[in-house]
Design a protein around this ligand. Structure first.
Ligand code: PLP
Length: 381
């Protein structure tokens, strides 16, 4: 089976993990976590980053740091991985689900503006969602698949309505927007994932990146039990959300190859599109004109009237040893969020069940990609 997305560990991973073990500094102290945090901040275009055990915990930490708490509302696109919503729920808050734009598959600034105008008002200096009476405590655009969200209008709207922005940039390291790196787009904080299937991985891991020294100090403080100095004094309910040096050792080796990996991902997309888009009833993935995606996952969008059920297409491809998959079922269709407030979700509804992801590991060989292409052509002919 040609797998969908597996880690590429052919660089300095083994050497750095061995160095880490030999040093005995395998917890969060020692040089590897700091080195990894510097590398992530540099790639994101921020001054600082704080490494975490996962993207989900990074989002929880970031939302907590900007003040999201019990009973609040956080705006997210419904078209995202459920972890975005879970991080909101872990804060005791509720996601407010908005639509994405058809051109980018990321949070639609017009939907954001319309939602805030139609359903919120100021009450004692707080932006309140009138139908639920909840405070709108954050906006979380998602750089879905590594595609940058349209951040200039989103950040402008966030300022008008007085709500902070935490970007779910889980799979977007290496992307840019209007020639600015993905962490330097005006979000208060941006959160990355280094899960096993992401382009750059630490097995499991994450990072919160930002520029505001005070806010980033709060992130770091909350990530390690909110402890004040060497005595056991703690001024808040903190977390134990620190990445270990063993993960960071892998991450340092991975980050050395970020540019190479992202270049390879973009090449894989181009090769699939050149070979497949001439088939009837196929459309490309979204390609935002305002930036360059990190192209975490690649594939094609199927016209159901031409190709039928996506699950059958997937089964046929799997029978030919190609690990094609459907993509995320949106948040509003997930049982835990069935009652979350939402607005029109036409684009999300129209696309989510038509997306077929294809094998796109950075280690995919040309011969393997040819096999995938031949299998797709055969199944969809
Ligand atoms: C991968 C991903 C996450 C979750 O990250 P984990 O490290 O698996 O917790 C969250 N949001 C999006 C958009 C992702 O792609």
């Amino acid at each position: 089976m040609i797998p969908l997305a597996i880690p590429n560990l052919t660089g300095n991973e083994t050497a750095y993990v061995q160095e880490c073990l030999d040093s005995t500094f395998i917890s969060s102290v020692g040089p590897f976590v700091q080195r990894f945090e510097r590398m992530v901040a540099e790639a994101a275009g921020t001054t600082v980053s704080v490494a975490t055990p996962s993207g989900t915990t990074g989002l929880h930490l970031a939302l907590t740091a900007v003040g999201v708490g019990w009973g609040d509302l956080v705006i997210i696109p419904s078209f995202t991985f459920i972890a975005s919503a879970n991080a909101v729920a872990h804060c005791g808050a509720v996601p407010w689900l908005l639509d994405v734009s058809a051109e980018t598959w990321t949070l639609d600034p017009a939907a954001l503006q319309d939602g805030l105008e139609a359903e919120t008002e100021w009450r004692d200096g707080v932006r309140v969602h009138v139908p639920t009476g909840r405070r709108v405590a954050a906006i979380m655009p998602v750089h879905v698949l590594g595609h940058p969200a349209d951040m200039d209008p989103i950040v402008e709207i966030s300022r008008v309505f007085g709500v902070p922005v935490v970007a779910d940039a889980a799979a977007a390291l290496g992307a840019d927007y209007k020639d600015r790196p993905i962490g330097a787009l005006g979000a208060d904080l941006s959160v990355f994932s280094f899960n096993g299937n992401k382009t750059v991985t630490t097995g499991g891991g994450g990072a919160v990146a930002g520029d505001d020294p005070e806010l980033m100090e709060r992130v770091r403080h909350l990530s390690s039990t909110a402890r004040l100095g060497p005595d056991y004094d703690h001024d808040r309910i903190g977390f134990n959300y620190r990445m270990t040096a063993l993960q960071a050792a892998v991450g340092c080796a991975q980050m050395e190859r970020l540019d190479e990996f992202v270049t390879r991902k973009r090449e894989i997309r181009r090769t699939y599109e050149n070979a497949l888009l001439s088939l009837p009833g196929l459309q490309p993935f979204a390609a935002p004109a305002h930036g360059r995606s990190a192209e975490w996952f690649t594939g094609v969008v199927l016209e159901p009237a031409v190709h039928g059920e996506i699950s059958l297409v997937r089964e046929k491809l799997r029978a030919m040893a190609v690990d094609a998959r459907p993509f995320w079922k949106p948040v509003h269709l997930q049982a835990p969020y069935a009652n979350a407030p939402k607005r029109r979700l036409d684009v999300t509804q129209a696309i989510w069940n038509r997306i077929l992801t294809l094998p796109c590991s950075t280690g995919l060989t040309a011969a393997e990609q040819d096999r995938v292409i031949a299998a797709v052509r055969k199944v969809l002919a």
